[in-house]
Design a binder for this molecule. Sequence first.
Ligand code: DP6
Length: 342
Amino acid sequence: MTTYTTAWKSPSNIALVKYWGKKPEGIQIPSNSSISFTLKNCATTTKLTLVEQADLEITVLLEGNQEPGFVPKIEQFLHRISGVFPFVLNGKYTVDTSNSFPHSSGIASSASGMSALALCICDIAKEKGLLAEKDFKQTASILARLGSGSASRSIYGPMGQWGEHPDYRGSSDEFAIPYTDIHSVFTDFCDTILLVHRGQKTVSSTVGHGLLKDNPYATARFAQAQENMIAMKSILKSGDLDAFIALVESEALTLHSLMMSSNPYFILMKPNTLKIIEAIWAKREKDAVKWCFTLDAGANVHFLYPQADQAAAKAFIEEELAQYCENGAFIHDEVGMGAERL
Ligand code: DP6
C-alpha cells in the first residue's frame, strides 16, 4: 500500500474570447476556440494524499474544514480521467484545498480547483512511471479539461488557448496550449475583479453550456468566436488597445446575450454590473483611457487596464466603482505565469 503526497497552486483565468457551448460528441469538447489571461493572485492550493486501496474513498477539506459537498464533483472527475489513468479509481483520497479568494465571492473556483487537482494527479502518475516529464503539462491540461473546460487553460501563463483553430498552431480540442506571441502591454495587464454579487449563481456554467444546444443563435455564435480568435491574434501581437477593448467587451456582452436568449432564459448581470459598465464607458469617453471590462458567467465585473495606468485606475476604482460592489469588495489581480508545484 503506497502513499503519495503532492501539492500544487493553480490560478484562475479570465477568458477574452469565451468558451460557451460544448460539442455533442466526446466529453468536454468546446464548440469554439477560446483564449484567456492567466491570473496571478486568484488561485487554489491543493494538497493531495492518495493511499492505494481497492475502493474509491474521498475526503475533501476546504480551508481545513470537511466539505462533503465537493465529493460528487471530484468523484465524477476521477471517473472521467480513469480512461487516461485507471489507477485513480483505487485509492483513499484526502483533498486538502484552499482558495486565495474568499469563498462565495462569486469567483468561479472550478478553473483553479480542477487544474490544481489535475496537476496533483499527474505528479502521482509520474511517480508511478506512467507519465514522462515531456508530456506532463499537456496531460495535466487534458485532465483539467475533463474536470472543467476553462481549467485546461490555467496550466499555462501568461495566456492559455484551448480549442482547435487553424490560425493557432498546435491548438487542440483536447488540451490548452500556452500562448506567448503577445505585445509587452499584455504580459502584465491588470484585472481588478469587482465583486458585485457574492451569492450562489442562479445557473451553473455546466447547465448554461447545455442550453446552447437549442439556442437559435448558437451556430452563428460559434462561427463568430472562431472569427474573433483570428482578430484577437493580431490584436495581441500589435498591442492595439482600441481594437482589444472593442473585441473583449463585445465577447462579454455576447456571452450574456446567449444566456438571455436561451430557453429557459436568464440574466446573470445585476443592476450594479450595468452601473459599473456605464461608469467605465463614461470614463473612457471623458479621459480617453484604454480601460475596459469583461464578464464571466456571473454578475462580477473584471475591470481590465494596462499596468502603466495602475495608479489612476485604482483611484478610479476607489472613487467610482467600489460603491457598486457588495460591501465595497474587489480583488486586484494581474496576468500571471501559470500553475506552480509546491
Ligand atoms: C463563461 O469551464 O466553468 O467562464 O466545462 O462545464 O466546467 P464546464 O464550464 P466552465 O465554463 C466557463 C465559461 C466561461 C467562459 C470561459 O472561461 O471561457
